[in-house]
Design a protein. Structure first.
Length: 313
């Protein structure tokens, strides 16, 4: 007779933030969403989620590199929603006390909240012994937000639809980034509205694809590990409207590109700026120049693995 497995009391999982190497935004659809074609790269900035067995589902934040004073711990929090979605999907009545340590900038276009949800799904699935397949976890993640499946998957992937239909992409080597952070977040809906308004004003001269595609030059650069080619391929349809809403970002973008970056780009809907450097030494030097000029910066490398358990007991 097989011995009974002792239930786990605690699981710690991590999930990465991301940068959108490319982001093509299609025309506004009837459902109010824009079809996307984007190239995600997971970066070595990890959200840590500690899940402890409990009677109820609850959340608190631990002190990390990112201030969390203004974040909600209530039912609107994506990690709470993830735990409840997993419990409902599997029928478990178990609870969990979640503690999140954040290292991905908040409201920075880098998917920090999505990484929290991804790590919560992975941690609770292990803690509760619900043993979902990866496909089920990805599908459940997609119900929570379009960036959640990629935080589970990690690496580099092409995202289409709302960004949650993923195709993993081959990549060679490691790419070095400097992320310039902003003290003020940006509203993703506001950035999309600005894009739509710009397109409406110039519709006579613009052709907007109903189903956008990722440019082949970005895919080839990633496969070949060619940092110079990737720098040329960086592209984001939301960059112009983001810079229109926040002219200060344009100044920071110019600063980085004149201080050693191969190229810079608004990450997602902003306001984080991602600068691609030739190598680690060049990235370190660029980060120092930014810091000396009074900017908040973070060094990051990618691609890295997606959400995974790192500790259990």
């Amino acid at each position: 007779m097989a011995a009974e497995t002792t239930p786990l009391r605690e699981v710690v999982a991590v999930a990465p933030g991301k940068v959108n190497v490319t982001l093509a935004v299609g025309a506004l659809a009837d459902d109010g969403y824009h079809p996307l074609a984007t190239t995600f790269m997971a970066l070595d900035l990890y959200e840590h989620v500690r899940a402890v067995a409990a009677d109820e589902i609850s959340l608190q934040y631990a002190s990390g590199s990112i201030p969390t004073d203004e974040l909600s711990c209530g039912e609107d929090n994506l990690a709470i929603r993830a735990a409840r979605a997993l419990a409902e999907f599997t029928g478990t009545e178990q609870g969990v006390a979640l503690t999140i340590t954040k290292h991905v900038p908040i409201a920075g276009g880098m998917g920090g909240g999505s990484a929290d949800a991804a790590a919560t799904l992975i941690a609770c699935d292990r803690l509760w012994g619900t043993n979902l397949t990866n496909e089920d976890l990805l599908a459940l993640g997609a119900t929570l937000g379009s960036d959640v499946p990629f935080a589970i998957l990690g690496g580099v992937a092409i995202g289409t639809g709302r960004g949650d239909s993923l195709a993993p992409t081959m990549v060679s080597g490691t790419f070095e980034w400097v992320l310039r952070l902003s003290d003020e977040g940006m509203s993703t809906p506001a950035t999309y509205r600005a894009l739509d308004e710009h397109r409406a004003r110039h519709r006579a001269h613009l052709s907007v694809a109903a189903e956008p595609e990722v440019a082949e030059d970005a895919v080839l650069a990633l496969r070949g590990g060619d940092v110079h080619a990737l720098a040329q391929a960086l592209d984001n349809d939301l960059q112009a409207p983001a810079l229109g809403l926040r002219p200060d970002l344009a100044e920071a973008l110019e600063f980085g590109e004149t201080q050693g970056a191969l190229a810079g780009i608004v990450s997602g809907s902003g306001p984080t700026l991602a600068f691609l450097a030739e190598n680690a030494a060049a990235a370190d030097a660029l980060a120092t120049r930014f810091a000396d000029a009074g900017h908040r910066v973070v060094r990051a490398s990618g691609p890295v693995l997606g959400a995974r358990v790192i500790e259990q007991r």
